[in-house]
Design a protein around this ligand. Structure first.
Ligand SMILES: NC(=O)c1ccc[n+]([C@@H]2O[C@H](COP(=O)([O-])OP(=O)(O)OC[C@H]3O[C@@H](n4cnc5c(N)ncnc54)[C@H](OP(=O)(O)O)[C@@H]3O)[C@@H](O)[C@H]2O)c1
Length: 409
């Protein structure tokens, strides 16, 4: 079988899987994929996924997906209608501490979902001003951190990860028996040797971590979509921590929510953002741009062939349809070339990913974040590096090219 027909075939199989997950009236379902897979740590990576069977073995509300022999639990928004969420949190005040991208997205979504949400922010700071612009009212639903900690029965610690360490001593006296503490990252808990964040033993502690920017948490919610998130329970004193974690995850804007642990979340997240989500993409773009420039191509040509076509055309298509679809729907010249070259790129970068993972697991990445982002001027210091980046030839070329983008009719 030639590669394109194989890819087209696996594409239709993947669509089948998606349909299985989205089917609303199937009260119990799971699917299994037989794969020629290999192990990488805990996760089986299927090389050639083939559906073995579709068999109803789970009852509704907890679906188990099995990919490459690995079982995972998934919950979805339709399992937690708003009246159920209201019932679960009817006696709660949800205090969101921090109003960065996550604090903003999560608190506004939960407020729009008619939960009792208040904010805790430092008075006069950037976030305080933004919150007022967004309609939060000092003394009504916008308070100092201290006051919000006092009032909250569920406390969302959505400060920057460095500030979570710095302000932890302020949290502790307010985390009294019966309260709940949640995070959107495993950072503070997993790297407790560095952060000293150790919750009192008599409260529920869980995590709800949206798999995307807080801006997307909000924009997807406003569009009526949900974002994928993961959840984990660290301490379950009430016996209800898991249900409340999932319900809160839905309330703050999740569509599908996957089970994880604090450690697996923070390791994969730190690798991801340093890797293909941000750092590796920037590195790959730059490497290709520099080679094209060194070989005599104009800045606009190098930019168009590197960043513009990727972000404006191919990546959105990959996002919508999958990589296999992309292969089947590009020229056969591109298909041949991409099939020949993805392995050398994988082989060249894999040692870098291995090094990155080790750096995350050893705590070197978090040490650097805590050290660098604890300085009082950390935002300004980051801004200096970002300014240098945006003034680099690749991105200045980008600014010119973007101005030339055809207008929408
Ligand atoms: N951003 C994402 O896409 C994303 C995705 C998933 C999970 N997460 C996790 O969600 C959590 C929040 O992240 P984020 O990106 O929304 O926030 P962030 O931008 O890293 O942090 C911003 C918040 O922290 C406050 N803050 C920083 N230093 C402070 C200090 N010394 N005292 C008081 N407040 C301070 C800021 O207040 P001021 O404005 O007053 O400085 C602001 O409200 C983190 O655990 C992060 O890892 C983030």
């Amino acid at each position: 079988m030639n590669s394109s027909s194989f890819l087209a075939r696996s594409s239709s199989r993947i669509s089948t899987i998606t349909l299985q997950l989205r089917a609303k009236f199937i009260t119990s379902r799971s699917f299994s994929i037989l794969s020629n897979s290999r192990f990488l740590g805990e996760v089986r990576i299927p090389k050639f996924p083939i559906i073995k069977r579709v068999q109803p073995t789970q009852f509704r509300r907890v679906q188990t997906i099995v990919i490459g022999g690995t079982k995972e639990r998934v919950h979805e928004r339709s399992d937690y209608p708003l009246d159920k969420i209201h019932e679960l949190f009817k006696n709660d005040t949800i205090s969101i501490i921090g109003y960065g991208p996550q604090g903003r997205g999560q608190s506004l979504n939960a407020k729009d979902n008619k939960l009792n949400v208040i904010l805790g922010l430092r008075e006069g700071g950037r976030s305080w001003k933004e919150a007022i612009q967004d309609g939060w009212v000092p003394g009504k639903d916008l308070f100092t951190i201290e006051e919000a900690l006092k009032k909250g029965t569920i406390v969302g610690n959505l400060l920057s990860d460095a500030a979570q360490k710095e302000l932890w001593p302020q949290f502790v006296p307010h985390l009294t028996k019966g309260k709940t503490l949640y995070f959107s990252h495993g950072f503070s808990i997993v790297y407790k040797d560095q952060t000293h964040v150790i919750p009192p033993a008599d409260i529920d502690v869980f995590m709800v971590a949206p798999k995307g920017s807080g801006k997307t948490v909000r924009s997807h919610f406003l569009e009526g979509r949900g974002i994928n998130s993961s959840y984990a329970v660290f301490q379950d004193i009430s016996g209800k921590a898991e249900e409340r974690a999932i319900a809160l995850g839905i309330a703050i804007g999740s569509g599908y929510i996957y089970e994880t642990t604090f450690q697996r979340e923070v390791f994969s997240d730190l690798v991801g953002e340093r890797g293909v989500l941000m750092g590796a993409i920037q590195g790959l773009f730059l490497a290709q741009f520099e080679v094209l420039r060194a070989r005599g191509h104009s800045p606009s040509e190098a930019f168009n062939e590197t960043v513009e076509e990727a972000t404006q055309s191919l990546y959105p298509l990959i996002g919508q349809n999958g990589m296999d679809w992309m292969y089947s729907n590009c020229s056969t010249t591109a298909q041949r070339g991409a099939l020949d070259w993805y392995k050398p790129f994988r082989d060249a970068t894999k040692p870098v990913f291995e090094k990155l993972y080790t750096s995350v697991a050893d705590g070197d990445e978090t040490r650097r974040v805590l050290e660098k982002n604890s300085s009082p001027n950390y935002r300004e210091e980051l801004d200096v590096e970002l300014k240098e980046l945006s003034e680099s030839e690749m991105w200045t070329a980008g600014k010119v090219v973007r101005k030339l983008r055809p207008e929408r009719k």
